[in-house]
Design a protein around this ligand. Structure first.
Ligand SMILES: Nc1ncnc2c1ncn2[C@@H]1O[C@H](COP(=O)(O)OP(=O)(O)OP(=O)(O)O)[C@@H](O)[C@H]1O
Ligand SMILES: [Mg+2]
Length: 313
């Protein structure tokens, strides 16, 4: 049987820092990801997501433990690994001195795509990412968002089996982001494995069939969305829109100690961890404070799950 796309065994990365205690950025992580999955790595700032991605893509060497990409050990067979992956890192911006087209062609060449095919593909990919007008411009002269497009566009220049994207949508406008999410889904449907990190939980919620939440270098939870939602069962989302915001409302909401709350115009949104009957009671109490135009209630979003899990840390 083919090896899984990703296998991680007791992986550890310790950053030694002069005069300061070492940081265990990845602290004994073990998991595996089957081929063709869109796998989401979630966690707060500093959780170790980028470090984990760097270990998996041979940019950093593990302090201990092992990781394999399609069966190839990242520390022992780095070249075999590199041939099989494409990577967009949080801080990279492409080859700054090359123009956009050459960035794409260089990547294709490294992965053995023949020149005529690469040219055709570059033309198509530049259309997909709306960077055709920028083809001859050096990447260093582009805006941050456009650089990001070039980076992500590279992923589509060769058929490397595993893609790694560190916060790919940063700086992308919502329309392009939506299109890229569609492209990623298509790639996964064709059998490529996609590993992405994100802070935008709705993105993970929409894209990822399998999610790992980490904090302080360790796994906090793992599963598909439904499994993760079950972990925080009993969380409800409530949104109330008033004709006019009642003056006492912010205080009343604060007194409920919601997991999360937000005031937007005349609408208040809150997430409550409580029995359903109690949630209904609360909605009733809040509704009596003013004239309510609209009430919405729903189960937990991934954001609620995330907040709930981090609370327990
Ligand atoms: N080169 C480095 N040297 C020392 N410590 C580092 C280094 N890179 C990261 N760290 C530390 O390792 C921990 C994990 O950092 P990492 O960048 O992997 O987190 P992250 O989950 O990607 O965070 P973010 O969401 O902010 O991108 C943090 O405590 C960070 O300060
Ligand atoms: Mg990061």
């Amino acid at each position: 049987m083919a090896a899984p796309a990703l296998e991680v065994d007791n992986l550890v990365k310790v950053y030694a820092r002069r005069g300061q205690p070492p940081v265990r950025a990845v602290d004994d992580m073990s998991f595996s990801v089957p081929r063709g999955e869109i796998f989401g790595l979630l966690g707060p700032n500093g959780a170790g997501k980028t470090t984990l991605l760097k270990l998996l893509t041979t940019l950093l060497r593990p302090s201990s433990g092992a990781a394999r990409i399609e069966g190839f050990d990242v520390a022992l067979r780095p070249l075999e690994v590199r041939r099989r992956i494409a990577l967009v890192l949080q801080e990279t911006a492409g080859e700054l001195l090359l123009n956009v087209r050459d960035n794409l062609l260089t990547f294709a060449r490294f992965h053995g795509v023949a020149a005529p095919a690469a040219r055709r593909r570059a033309a198509a990919v530049m259309e997909m990412f709306q960077i055709a007008a920028e083809a001859e411009r050096k990447v260093q002269d582009l805006s941050g968002g456009t650089r990001r497009r070039v980076q992500v566009a590279k992923m589509f220049m060769a058929d490397t089996p595993v893609l790694f994207l560190d916060e790919f949508s940063t700086g992308m406008d919502p329309i392009l982001k939506r299109a890229v999410m569609g492209y990623l889904r298509e790639e996964a449907a064709r059998g490529r494995t996609i590993v992405l990190t994100t802070q935008i939980l709705s993105e993970a919620e929409e894209l990822c069939g399998d999610i790992l939440i980490m904090n302080r270098g360790r796994q906090v939870a793992r599963g598909d969305l439904n499994a993760l939602k079950l972990l925080s069962a009993g969380v409800s989302d409530v949104a109330l829109t008033f004709a006019e915001l009642p003056p006492g409302l912010p205080a009343a909401v604060a007194a409920l100690a919601p997991l999360r709350s937000r005031l937007d115009g005349n609408t208040v949104e809150l997430s409550l961890k409580a029995e359903e009957a109690r949630v209904l009671e609360i909605v009733g109490e809040l509704s009596r404070m003013g004239r309510v135009l609209r009430v919405e209630m729903g189960g937990a979003s991934l954001e609620d799950v995330f907040i709930e899990l981090m609370r327990g840390q």
